[in-house]
Design a protein around this ligand. Structure first.
Ligand SMILES: [Zn+2]
Length: 264
């Protein structure tokens, strides 16, 4: 019953924000974050998710963080012995139990914000980390969003580029199920930009369903990242759960959240 209510709630939420999804500049803050904030992780590996990063600070929540607080959070991960891993490492671990470095953490970014290249990547690199950047391709080159050159540069610096659809419809909607338009073409565009193979996908709004998983497999996606529900025991590679990180969290808050959510 709880699950039905939750699904209904998610459907209402998605319906409420759907008109904005067709624009690249939709506002993520329209989606309440509380239902997502308690969840986990993939098979004991914390996967963090960031969105807006700003130099000047201002609003801080699970979709916004200042450069100062982002730097502090990445620093405490580094100083606490965490090692940033990339999707191939997670995939190899989940499928073949290939060993990971001690205290692995995956650091991901959604929605193509320009500050991912100008602020986030340099901070990650300062601590020897690399991140995974999920791109919605409609935004590329728009004001305040990543350019093709920045995406190429991120890739060449060792970060991983993933797909986050063309213009961010939930895969539970008819717009989101236009797989050629929303997955195949964006993947090909990102492959042309980076010269790499794009094999990882983040669900818009973090919401997934089995129809989408079938389509993603057919299109060659190796793993997909969500936000909203427990990792599916049937499809763990296509329901890797991520944790939205709040800009309000202190360094200790972040460590506590990670430790709490990683099953021992
Ligand atoms: Zn998004």
């Amino acid at each position: 019953m709880l699950k039905i209510k939750y699904t209904l709630l998610m459907t209402l939420l998605i319906s409420a924000v759907a008109p904005a999804c067709y624009k690249y500049a939709y506002d993520h803050t329209q989606v309440p974050w509380q239902p997502f904030s308690t969840g986990i992780l993939s098979d004991n590996i914390p996967v963090l998710c960031y969105h807006n990063i700003s130099m000047t600070g201002g609003k801080e929540d699970v979709y916004h963080i200042s450069a100062l607080h982002f730097d502090e959070q990445i620093k405490i991960l580094h100083d606490s012995g965490y090692h940033a891993i990339l999707p191939d490492q997670l995939y190899d671990y989940l499928t073949q139990r290939q060993p990971l470095p001690s205290r692995p953490v995956m650091i991901t970014f959604d929605d193509t914000h320009e500050t991912h290249a100008s602020i986030a990547a340099p901070i990650l690199e300062k601590y020897g980390f690399r991140g995974t950047f999920f791109i919605m391709t409609v935004c590329i080159g728009k004001k305040n969003y990543l350019t093709t050159q920045q995406i190429r540069f991120l890739s060449r610096k060792g970060h991983v580029i993933g797909c986050h659809s063309y213009d961010h419809p939930a895969v539970t909607t008819s717009a989101g199920q236009q797989w050629k338009h929303q997955v195949d073409e964006p993947v090909k565009q990102l492959e042309a930009i980076t010269g790499t193979t794009i094999r990882y996908y983040a669900y818009p709004f973090g919401v997934w369903n089995n129809t989408a998983i079938t389509a993603l497999k057919r299109l060659g996606i190796k793993a997909a990242f969500q936000l909203s529900e427990e990792t599916s025991s049937e499809e763990p590679l296509y329901t890797v759960r991520r944790m939205l990180v709040s800009g309000k969290w202190s360094q200790m808050d972040l460590l506590k959240r990670i430790k709490k959510q990683v099953r021992s």
